[in-house]
Design a protein around this ligand. Structure first.
Ligand code: GLN
Length: 417
């Protein structure tokens, strides 16, 4: 029997592949060489488990998805008030490369280029190389593997990025940056050229979802307050002048990059990464946006309607005679339903002929959790087991399971229980 989640993600990828709208970024010449058909999706759970779909092994440059992480390190190094002195947090409503400052002479936020260049300069380091190395290590620690620069992308942007160079000089002239702007811009181009896959990005996003603790290594990389600040500006400014539309339709704090990547973070729940090189007029991946819209809808992930997560959905698993009794608890939504599916999907460690889900301690179930558990139980039936749901009070309506799936809605527990 197989988990239904990989097949679902593969379906999301294949459904957006018909869309050939948008255009690959070409203002950085090297980006124009990307295969526009590449499409990939990855999700990472707070325990580090990842699901990958599509062209998940294709590497591309991180571009502006580096900006929130750099902002996090600038906050760690300087404290938030000192960073706010130099870079605001208001959505600009302008393009990512707009040359503009707010009324107090600061870049409007750290997600547009002007703010990101200023943020880069706030990262501590004796020189440009050291500053970049600290950033590269931060991104790598979050991804869980050593990341490096795509030198071709770096060289290409360094040779053509006159607008960003102009922005560096402007920021120096108004004392937002206080060192050599040429050095800062060079470091910023390197930061944007770090090469990643959706698997790396999903883990970086999951680190933020986990409050700054890397799910697999357990390393506390960024402090909770820095992460909260990063996610806040991603929510209001991460998708540039499409941020309002994105928040209302998708409802997931996110950041896009011009190579075609988008990361999304649901605090406490999940890290998501999508990739496809064709961009819309805001500079956001067309297929990436479409995949996020699907995920948000299908998996019930809009931030504004998310119930709180409950990490320990499985209270106990006990074999009583020939019945495996799985006791669930709390609010069931996608994240903890996935844990239930993953735990129970492996038949070999669950040899009992009868599986009973005891849901007397479950107080709510989202649609996707109900569907996942139903598919799990159907799988058990297909494997020749009998299944039952213990829900004598009808609290969650026996999970709404259809006929033929549940052998009996209620089984008498053996009296020693
Ligand atoms: N390196 C790109 C630039 O500065 C990053 C922009 C982006 O990803 N939106 O133009």
């Amino acid at each position: 029997m197989q988990s239904p989640i990989p097949a679902y993600l593969a379906r999301v990828v294949s459904q957006v592949q018909a869309d050939v709208g948008g255009a690959v970024a070409d203002y950085i010449p090297e980006l124009a060489t990307a295969d526009p058909e590449h499409t990939a999706l990855a999700i990472a759970l707070p325990d580090g488990h990842r699901y990958l779909a599509g062209d998940a092994d294709v590497a591309f440059s991180i571009q502006s998805m580096s900006k929130p992480f750099t902002y996090g390190l600038a906050i760690t190094d300087n404290g938030l008030p000192a960073v706010l002195d130099k870079v605001g947090v208001e959505p600009s409503g302008e393009a990512f490369n707009e040359i503009s400052l707010d009324a107090s002479g600061r870049p409007r936020n750290p997600m547009i280029n002007a703010g990101a260049i200023a943020t880069h300069s706030l990262v501590h380091g004796a020189d440009s190389a050291q500053r970049f190395e600290r950033l590269r290590r931060l991104y790598s620690a979050c991804a869980g593997r050593d990341l490096s620069v795509d030198e071709r992308v770096y060289t290409s942007e360094a040779a053509t990025g006159h607008r960003n160079i102009a922005m560096g000089h402007l920021l120096r002239s108004v004392n937002i940056i206080d060192c050599d702007p040429v050095d800062i811009i060079d470091g910023y181009f390197r930061q944007c050229s770090v090469e990643v896959t959706v698997a790396d990005l999903a883990m970086m996003a999951a680190t933020l979802a986990n409050g700054g603790v890397q799910p697999l290594t357990g390393e506390a990389i960024l402090d909770r307050h820095a992460v909260r600040q990063m996610l806040s500006v991603m929510t209001t400014c991460g998708m540039y002048d499409a941020a309002g539309d994105w928040l209302s339709v998708v409802g997931i704090p996110a950041k896009s990059g011009v190579a075609g990547g988008i990361i999304g973070v649901l605090p406490g729940q999940i890290g998501i990464a999508a990739f496809s090189p064709r961009l819309d007029r805001h500079g956001n991946s067309v297929r990436g946006v479409a995949m996020f819209e699907r995920l948000s809808d299908d998996l019930g992930m809009h931030l504004m309607e998310l119930p709180p997560a409950h990490r320990t959905a499985i209270r106990s698993i006990e074999i009583v005679d020939d019945v495996e009794v799985v006791e669930l608890q709390g609010a069931l939504q996608f994240t903890n339903a996935e844990i239930i599916v993953r735990e129970l999907v492996d038949n070999t460690s669950h040899p009992a002929p009868v599986v009973a889900l005891d849901i007397r301690r479950v107080h709510s179930v989202t649609d996707v959790a109900r569907r996942l558990i139903m598919l799990l139980l159907r799988g058990f039936v297909d494997d020749g087991k009998r299944v039952a749901v213990i829900d004598p009070d009808g609290v969650v309506g026996g999970l709404g399971l259809g006929d033929g799936i549940v052998a009996q809605r209620w089984i008498e527990l053996p009296h020693n229980r």
